[in-house]
Design a protein around this ligand. Structure first.
Ligand SMILES: NC(=O)c1ccc[n+]([C@@H]2O[C@H](COP(=O)([O-])OP(=O)(O)OC[C@H]3O[C@@H](n4cnc5c(N)ncnc54)[C@H](OP(=O)(O)O)[C@@H]3O)[C@@H](O)[C@H]2O)c1
Length: 294
């Protein structure tokens, strides 16, 4: 039987290319997204690349923690899981809250993959040797300040909120890799570099993603963004596919895998145990696990 892989936001962009890569490597892939039409097209494309196992689509809006919990139940009911790629992520040009009242960047880019991973640990242990891949971003180098609340004090701008949530998630990823060492579940971060996707052609085309003082220079900033996100989603997906499948990474959890499939150095802040502790406390408060989930 083919080993099972789950790719969140796997119906478009980098996630779809990751799903295609995993199917080609022999995994039975399930992709998650909000739109059934995009889900159906993704399944067709993944099946065309796969080795005979039917891909599946599951609907969930991963900015809702209630939907994350229900997704985890459905995936767990399917049995052992060998690969979890937490690929869902987005940048918003305006401040918005999730149905649970949490700032949306923090919810989608950190709390959702945190909660999904914690809830799927029993299935991942059953599928061991298994891997968790959390998709990170160069934006982790941007934020300043503590991470002990979902939102920082002060005015909102998209790139800061996104980078802050991605930094929280990277600190969690490196912490989890240490926590699960020797458990059969290896945890990696994947940095896709930059690619032309809905995210980069959508929200990243609004000057509201950058700090107010930078907005007068928006044409220059926009050109720089375009340059750094000009790759194809397929190139960008190499980081996640390598992190999920490369045998050379076996026994080396806690690495950040770059777009060429090779390890990158994380920023020092992401490795600070005090940041990991703050993120752990905040995540447990905002996305609590019940006694049974722990
Ligand atoms: N593109 C880049 O240059 C770049 C650079 C660094 C890091 N990243 C990271 O790479 C990952 C993928 O980014 P991308 O650029 O490929 O993004 P994208 O093109 O915007 O991703 C599209 C996918 O996300 C799904 N999606 C969006 N919101 C969702 C939600 N709330 N719940 C469930 N699925 C959702 C979409 O399906 P539906 O619309 O049907 O829900 C679709 O499958 C993200 O974590 C991003 O932060 C991207």
């Amino acid at each position: 039987m083919n080993r099972r892989a789950l790719v969140t936001a796997g119906t478009g962009g980098i996630g779809l290319e990751t799903a295609v890569g995993l199917a080609a490597a022999g995994y039975a892939v399930t992709v998650v997204g909000r739109d059934a039409g995009r889900g159906g097209s993704a399944v067709e494309r993944i099946n065309a690349a796969g080795t005979g196992t039917e891909a599946r689509f599951v609907t969930a809006d991963l900015s809702s923690l209630a939907e994350v919990r229900s997704l985890a139940e459905r995936v767990t009911a399917g049995g052992a899981l060998s690969v979890l790629v937490n690929n869902a992520g987005a940048m918003f040009d305006d401040r918005r809250l999730t149905p649970e009242g949490i700032e949306a960047s923090f919810a989608l880019n950190h709390l959702s993959p945190y909660l999904l991973t914690e809830l799927l640990l029993p299935a991942l242990r059953a599928g061991a040797p298994s891997r968790v891949v959390n998709v990170t971003s160069g934006s982790v180098r941007i934020p300043t300040g503590r991470i002990d609340t979902a939102e920082r004090k002060g005015s909102y701008y998209g790139l800061h909120a996104y980078g802050r949530a991605k930094l929280a998630n990277l600190a969690y990823t490196l912490d989890l890799a240490r926590r699960l060492k020797g458990d059969g579940v290896s945890v990696f971060a994947a940095d896709p570099g930059g690619a032309v996707t809905t995210m980069t052609t959508g929200t990243m085309s609004s000057s509201h993603v950058v700090a107010p003082w930078l907005r007068p220079f928006w044409p220059l900033v926009r050109t720089a963004f375009r340059r750094t996100t000009s790759g194809t989603p397929a190139q960008a997906a190499r980081s996640s596919v390598a992190a999920a499948t490369d045998p050379a990474l076996a026994g080396r959890p806690g690495l950040v895998v770059g777009p060429d499939g090779l390890p990158l150095s994380p920023p020092r802040r992401a490795t600070d145990p005090r940041l990991a502790e703050a993120v752990r406390t905040l995540s447990r408060r905002l996305a609590p696990l019940t006694g049974e989930d722990r």
